[in-house]
Structure formats: structure tokens, C-alpha cells
Design a protein around this ligand. Sequence first.
Ligand SMILES: [Zn+2]
Length: 231
Amino acid sequence: MAAKSVIRKGTKVLEGGGSSQFIGIEPDAAIVVAPLVGMDEMISIDLHSFWEINPAVHLVCLGDNCPCCTLGNESGFKAYLPVLTREGESKIFAFGIGVARQFSELEEEVGSLAGKLVKIRRAGSGLRTRYTVTGLGKSIDISTATPADIESQLGPFDLPAIIRKLEENGLAEAEQFEDLLPSKKEKPEPKAKKTAEPAPKGKKPVKPAPEETEKKADDWEDGEESEDWDA
Ligand SMILES: [Zn+2]
């Protein structure tokens, strides 16, 4: 694993095709980007990550009705900012709570980060990864840049699609989530059943939830694609 990341250069070709809109930082490297918005427009979610499979699967936490929480997986804070790279590419930078705090601290010092060059250095990998955010004291013109559409890169956000992802990746069986998905219980009570008990009220068959077939990229969270230039 380590050797692999050492010899990889430039842009990683992602499995399943398509180029990532995310910008990542290789271990012990740094990037310089200009956020296209200030922290007040930072998008954040709670994210479940299933590292036990490779590539890891990342799914949005749905809160009260979340199948990943049902499985005991703990979600973590994940935030996203649209940024402009040194090459003038519009990308998405994804980060955790530590970097978010550093961005906020920097913004308190220098004002909105929109258009300001920031250097983000990554030290180490895995659980020992540390990031350091530094303002470079320079601004660039971002008036012609179009921020990447972050929300379209996240998701799925709907319960059936998330359950299907869990199933596809062998992380769970749909039956485990019957409590969350009452619409799956579509079988009406058998009519000819002769019992002394009165028929239960309100047990109408419910329409199954519409199938969402749209497939989202698996790689949206960790930004492994690297623009590995020195900063
Ligand atoms: Zn959850």
C-alpha cells in the first residue's frame, strides 16, 4: 500500500472511469488552492465510511432514519469547499473537522477566504494524518471561475439507494432495514385467513418506494486523485 502511493505520480485513473472533481493531497505533500467561496458557504455533512472494504464506501448519514447508524457505523464530520487549483481548474476540496477549524481561524484573521491562496500540507497517512493550513497572504482573481457543483457529487441521499449501496458492497442485507423501510412490507394480509380476530385496520398494501437507479461516483469523499505539485 505504502509503496503504491510512493510510486504514483500525477493524476490517478479512478476505477470505473470518469475524472474526479475532487482534489487530494498525497501523504507528506502540500497543495495551494484558492477557495471560491468563504466559510459561510462551506457545505458539510455527516459521513459514514466503511473502511473494511476496498475501495472504502462512503455514505451520507441520514440522521434519525439512517441505515448506516443502524449497523453501528459511526459517522464523521466532512466538509467541502469549491476551490481553484494552480492550473486554474475548478475542483472540490474535502476535509474533516481539523482543517475546517483551521480554515475558520484563518478566516477570522484575514477575512473571507474566497480568492485567497491557502496552502494545505498533509503529513503522514492513515490515522496519523495531520493537515496544516497556512494563508499565503496573496489573493487571485476568481471572478471568472465557476465553482464546482458539490451537492451533485455527494449522495445518494435517499434511503432505498443507500440500502442498495450497502447491499451491493456486501455490508448488509436489505432485510436488516425493514423497520426503516415500511414501504417494503407490501404483501397484503391473506384474504382467506379465517380467524376469530378482527382484520387489522389500515393494513393496506403500500406502494414500494421508487427505484433510484442513478449511480453516484464512489470516489467522492477522499479525493485520492492528486494534483501532486509542490507548493
Ligand atoms: Zn447515520
